[in-house]
Design a protein around this ligand. Structure first.
Ligand code: CDT
Length: 304
């Protein structure tokens, strides 16, 4: 048994006026609680340092837009989070908006080991939403305007005594996300998300947000024999209601722990990484049963 105690550190809303320092105080409070409860790895949401700014068309306010991105990780404000985590001996996953020295903008995450070193970086592959202002929507989803598609794919890291992978929000809806990491032996996939309850292009999906969240992550876990930790920034943020329901899912596909509020909340589970073998070495023994020569279309073709 290789047991890793993981904390899913769900966040409630972050208002537009909330400073980085205020948000980081909330993250540190969750980190301390996680440490008190014996967690070795804490998972924060996507874009965890600010309000979900893609909901606004900000061309008239480039100063505000620029301020949402981190130009260094750790940077002047996030250093306090790194320092606290290192002194507690707790590692973490953190989603944030990245601006590189070359000026590229990505929706990113980092994986930080218990000694404070960054052992993984991820740039969101599947960017949802739209590029242009669509004033008829009640709110925007301008990820495709404010970020570039991540160019690096899905790597995994040998860390925390296992094989750890990262994804962000919309990635969890795509089976390829999980499978590409499973083919590299992933044992835990960390996924931060911001999912508005209202989906303007097809509101018939609104009532299904919770179901779809569970459906994709439980299927991803089971079909790939991996743990999945899905962590929300939920609740009503600047008038937009977003799904909470952060959860930790076992390789069996079962939900082992789940948040009960839409606020800052820590959900803890002991994750036996050897549980993955039950699935990877039997029903989903890839080496024995997969037929990649039958799947060429998946890698060669974008759509019908
Ligand atoms: N952040 C993110 O990727 N959210 C999307 C919202 C739906 S597309 C507008 C998601 O897949 O949950």
């Amino acid at each position: 048994m290789r047991s890793l105690r993981i904390g899913a550190a769900q966040l409630g809303p972050i208002e537009r006026t909330e400073s980085r320092t205020q948000v980081i105080e909330r993250l540190i409070a969750l980190l301390r609680q996680a440490s008190d409860e014996g967690c070795e790895l804490v998972v924060f949401p996507e874009l965890a340092l600010t309000t979900f700014f893609p909901r606004w068309y900000l061309d008239d306010n480039p100063t505000e837009l620029d301020a949402y991105y981190e130009t260094a990780m750790p940077g002047p404000e996030t250093q306090a989070l790194f320092d606290e985590a290192q002194s507690l001996g707790v590692g973490f996953y953190l989603g944030y908006a990245e601006r590189t020295p070359q000026g590229n903008r990505y929706n990113s995450s980092v994986l930080v080991e218990r000694d404070g070193s960054i052992v993984g970086r991820y740039r969101k592959v599947h960017l949802p939403g739209h590029e242009e202002h669509e004033p008829d929507r009640p709110f925007q989803h301008l990820e495709r305007r404010y970020f570039e598609e991540g160019p690096d794919g899905f790597d995994v890291s040998d860390a925390f005594g296992g094989v750890i992978g990262m994804a962000l929000c919309n990635d969890r809806r795509w089976p390829e996300t999980y499978r590409v990491m499973a083919l590299q032996g992933v044992e835990v996939i960390l996924i931060g998300y911001n999912t508005p309850m209202h989906y303007a292009p097809d509101p018939s999906q609104d009532a299904l947000q919770s179901f779809h969240n569970q459906l994709v992550m439980q299927a991803g876990a089971y079909q790939n024999g991996t743990w999945i930790v899905g962590v929300a920034k939920g609740g009503v943020e600047e008038g937009v209601d977003s799904l909470a329901e952060s959860m930790i899912i076992a390789p069996s596909g079962q939900i082992i722990a789940q948040a009960t509020t839409s606020q800052d909340e820590l959900v803890v589970a002991d994750c036996d990484l050897d549980w993955c073998k039950h699935y990877k070495e039997t029903l989903f023994d890839f080496d024995r049963y997969r037929r990649p020569e039958m799947y060429n279309l998946i890698a060669e073709t974008k759509s019908e």
